[in-house]
Design a protein around this ligand. Sequence first.
Ligand code: NAP
Length: 325
Amino acid sequence: MSEHVPVLIAGSGCAGHTAAIYAARAELTPLVLEGNEPGGQLSLTSDVENFPGFPEGIGGYDLVENMKKQAERFGAKYRYGFVAKVVPGTPITCTLDDDSKITCDALIVASGARARRLNVPGENELFGRGVSSCATCDGAFYKGQEIAVVGGGDSAMEEAIFLTRFASKVRLLHRRDSLRASKIMQDRLLNHPKIEVHWNTVVESVQGTPEKGVEYLQVLVTPPGGQPESQKLEVTGLFLGIGHIPNTEFLRGVCELDEEGYLITHLGKTNGENVKTNVPGIFGCGDVVDTRYRQAITAAGMGCKAAMDAEHFLAERKAEAVMSH
Ligand code: NAP
């Protein structure tokens, strides 16, 4: 027999934890499935300086752990697992990765996004052996070494700056001649004595062996108005900072997704309503939805909205059931 919960929350980043706090305080005893990356991407972030309420900043891991403790204090339950399949209905049936089933009256999807890969030769073979998507996790392995970070957004800036704590030199590789990152992060990066930016540079392959790790990168550099030139870049690590892919595979054919796979939730009829999917009872919040802001604070805000809208949905359904008797 499958377990039944009023509210199931898939994902335990900022959005999932905040939804859990609100749903638990509404006495909906939510169950949170922690997913593959408990705490979400924030748990891999070193210092969070822009979450209001922490004037000195706070570690990403500490921030999500605090949120979890707060949700648990009000009765939210947590367990490992992720949703593999969803069948809408009353109730909604979710099959987990271990084939167990949980039914719920409302499902809050807060499954986030995962790091994008370059898809070049050598990248997968050397992932975890010199190729990484987490500077916080792996940076300390590169003390005194020359390493590269690829990407031109805030994530790449943050990773590159963080990695200067360990590396002797950080090479930022960007495929264009201007950065996408916020002005403050660009300034910090461009003025850093240990960071060199390689403009118009594309990684062609990662060279090395699983035993020795990364030995060098083959890159293609296209100078403005010039011919592309293949170059060898001697680094022992490559950090990926090129964005993310939403974790929505389990919703294909169930909920409306955009062309990149992000969950579409702007279907509410009232201004500010942006957590309702096209399926009654399924709500979305955080990075799985948000292609624009993608901040811890916006994810938390959406988690709050998702829980409040789920609560309204359940209350309306209950009222309808009473009326029909
Ligand atoms: P992003 O803003 O989408 O930037 C991705 C970067 O990777 C872009 O520069 C892009 O190049 C490059 N890229 C994508 N695919 C590539 C490929 N196949 N090969 C080479 N380069 C590739 O992603 P993000 O940096 O992860 O940031 C996502 C959001 O989170 C943003 O809203 C950001 O502000 C936010 N964020 C904020 C903070 C902070 O405030 N502390 C920290 C991290 C992230 P192009 O520029 O050419 O497209």
